[in-house]
Design a protein around this ligand. Structure first.
Ligand code: GTP
Ligand code: MG
Length: 201
């Protein structure tokens, strides 16, 4: 039984900026002064978001992009309601890898809502990096998925918008909402049982 209403998983090559995206969203912070540290296995964090007049607890799994941890990563996208697959528009390599993740995900979680995320928009805008992934290719590939966002964890551009869209899409999904309600009722019953255990009156 999960205390989170929705499970979101982040996938993508190493160094594309998954951890930075999550930290920007959860802590509203970005630091390029601290040296890059690759995620080992995966990291979890949670945040509450409001959609459709209701609050939802969302659990976010930030996975490691390194191929060394690939076998482990599968564990984290099992049961995911939504996946953010990240790539760097300035890296064709990261785009090729994104297609691999999408195929993998489809095998394990057929109904998972998939969002593409092009990261480090600030570096493209300032022309510090050049685009290697064609915009038209991305647009074609995004068709049939739930969305494509170009984000910057440095400036925060489009970060909240991405997560908000996910929660709104989940809240609009009738089957998913039915499961959320059932899960909440179950949790409530369990917590009442637990209270009774310690009540000696
Ligand atoms: N300028 C800029 N740098 C970024 C942005 N996002 C991430 N970075 C930098 O890119 C590097 C990699 O970021 P991470 O978030 O650690 O990458 P990751 O995808 O989590 O990497 P793994 O954990 O190895 O899979 C770090 O040095 C970040 O500071 C961004 O939006 N803008
Ligand atoms: Mg990371």
């Amino acid at each position: 039984m999960s205390r989170c209403d929705f499970k979101i998983v982040l996938l993508g090559s190493e160094h594309v900026g998954k951890t930075s995206l999550v930290l920007r969203f959860v802590n509203c912070r970005f630091s390029d002064a601290t040296p890059y540290q690759n995620t080992i296995g995966a990291a979890f964090c949670a945040k509450t978001l409001c959609a459709n007049g209701k609050n939802f607890n969302i659990g976010i799994w930030d996975t490691a992009g390194s191929e060394r941890y690939e076998a482990m990563t599968r564990m984290y996208y099992r049961g995911a309601h939504a996946a953010i697959i990240c790539y760097e528009p300035s890296s064709l390599e990261s785009w090729k890898r994104l297609r691999h993740w999408l195929q993998e995900l489809r095998i394990v979680e057929e109904d998972c809502k998939v969002y593409l995320c092009g990261t480090k928009k600030d570096l493209l805008d300032s022309e510090a990096l050049e685009r290697e992934v064609d915009e038209d290719v991305v647009a074609t590939y995004s068709q049939g998925l739930f969305g494509h966002f170009l984000t910057s964890s440095k400036t925060g551009e489009n970060v909240d918008e991405l997560f908000q869209k996910i929660v709104e899409d989940c809240a609009a999904d009738v089957q998913m909402m039915k499961n959320v309600e059932e899960n909440r009722v179950q949790l409530q019953m369990e917590s009442e049982k637990e209270k009774e255990k310690y009540c000696y009156c």
